[in-house]
Design a protein around this ligand. Structure first.
Ligand code: CO
Length: 460
């Protein structure tokens, strides 16, 4: 600024609004920086589908009108994977083309409201893909990882839990011991029930009990509960107190059984008991709360604020563990995390193999910026996944670390992604899974039936 202009502006500002040359210089620099970054516009919205570990992963790629500036977001809904792509391409893309990329909240609300009927998993996942891609772009524009965009870390890295399982109790305990030796401090333990289908056990021991329907998988809640309690007892005997134990019921028992089970778990001091009730039975959480102090985790099936708001605001659960893409992405889940902080509910975002590495990075980002973080579910990335996704979150000494690169810090090799098409998708030309012993092969990613002995189908 010329000295004469400076004097003029000082005179115009009057005595109360005096600015020094140094302040003026700083303001000019900021204005210049802002003017130097016109908000890029959305030029294309693409969908990348890949199954490098056999699980169907869907990622949205938003391309801007600025050369080389694009972003990725997780839109993975494995069990109905083929439906997310058209939801993005036929409904969100026309809405988004030529929109500026910088207004994430506005864009999220626009996508959310445009279907009038909302809060379903297909549409929420489609929105999540867009939402996370915009955060990736914003991070790249600011040259910051997303955790810095939302205020920065309040912890260095996130404590994880791993899955120990086995058809026999000793197998599961041995696996937990191995994790403990690797420095893992939290382990989810699941064991098979002889004769019955289980959840997350990786085997059952013995022939399946014969049910009245000839559909294979038979489950009965009472033997499952008895077996799980024996497992916890053995875990405490062999692993001691210096390890946090978690367990997932997967909503397979009746509400009164859930209350009783939570009470029986109390003496084993679980870190949390997950999904003791189905989303349809959430009113029973109050009974569990009134009768015992077993910490409760819930929420991976939730789609909508109507589901989590009462549980959190009435302090009926201890951990909220939403599947981030299922709820619509980083933007709504950041709000859930903050809500939890106010009500003493900690986070434990859903992090199994059916979350893409982009989604895992969004999880870890929420973990390091949220004061009320609890624990992070973690699943290993295999070699094929690392070939497709460069820069996945890193596990070290039981902690998972977010990337320090701008945005999510992950680049996708799209040629490598194309090498792993969805298996068994009608019309894809790809053969169904060669693993014919898997009763779920041929269901296009969907889950098969599990029934009680009398033939009644169960929630799983
Ligand atoms: Co679960």
């Amino acid at each position: 600024m010329q000295r004469r202009n400076l004097l003029k502006s000082i005179a115009a500002a009057g005595i109360g609004g005096l600015i020094t040359p140094r302040e003026q210089k700083a303001q000019t620099a900021v204005e210049k920086a802002i003017r130097g970054l016109p908000a890029p516009k959305i030029k294309d919205v693409q969908v990348i589908e890949t199954a490098p570990a056999g699980v169907r992963l869907t990622v949205v790629k938003i391309v801007t009108d600025q050369d080389g500036l694009f972003g990725y977001g997780c839109a993975t809904f494995t069990q109905r994977a083929d439906l997310v792509k058209p939801a993005v391409e036929r409904y969100l893309k026309p809405l988004l083309l030529n929109h500026p990329v910088d207004r994430i909240e506005d864009t999220w609300q626009m996508c959310y409201d445009s279907s009038y009927w909302k809060n379903g998993p297909v549409l929420n996942n489609a929105i999540s893909g867009v939402d996370q891609a915009l955060w990736d772009i914003k991070g790249k524009m600011a040259r910051m990882p997303v955790y810095d965009l939302v205020g920065g870390k309040c912890r260095e890295a996130a404590d994880v839990y791993r899955h120990a399982s086995g058809s026999e109790i000793q197998q599961c305990v041995d696996m937990a011991k191995q994790f403990k030796e690797q420095g893992i401090r939290h382990v989810r333990v699941q064991v098979g029930t002889p004769g019955y289908e289980g959840y997350g056990a990786g085997g059952r021991g013995g022939a399946m009990v014969k049910g009245l329907r000839d559909t294979g998988a038979v489950f009965e809640p009472a033997p499952y509960i008895r077996r799980a309690l024996k497992l916890f007892e053995e875990c405490r005997k062999q692993l001691g107190e210096e390890i946090e134990l978690l367990h997932d019921v997967h909503e397979r028992v009746t509400p009164s059984q859930a209350v009783q089970f939570a009470k029986d778990c109390e003496k084993f001091k679980l870190f949390f008991l997950e999904d003791p009730l189905s989303p349809e039975d959430i009113a029973y959480f109050r009974l569990i709360r009134q009768q015992c102090s077993t910490p409760i985790a819930m929420g991976e099936l939730f789609n909508s604020p109507h589901e989590w708001l009462p549980l959190m605001s009435e302090r009926l659960i201890d951990y909220i563990r939403i599947h981030v893409s299922q709820a619509g992405g980083f933007t709504p889940c950041r709000k859930v995390a903050i809500l939890g902080e106010l009500f003493g509910v900690r986070t434990a975002w859903h992090g199994p193999g059916d979350v893409s590495p982009i989604g895992h990075m969004a999880n870890v980002t929420l973990d390091v910026v949220s004061y009320n973080f609890g624990v992070q579910e973690y699943s290993e990335f295999n070699a094929n996944t690392r070939e497709v996704f460069h820069g996945v979150p890193v596990l070290e000494d039981g902690y998972v670390w977010p990337s320090t690169k701008p945005g999510w810090g992950i680049e996708i090799d799209e040629k490598a992604a194309a090498k792993f098409p969805f298996q068994g998708t009608p019309g894809s030309g790809a053969a169904p899974s060669s693993n014919t012993s898997n009763p779920r092969s041929g269901l296009n990613g969907g889950w098969g039936e599990v029934r009680k002995r009398d033939g009644q189908i169960i929630k799983q």
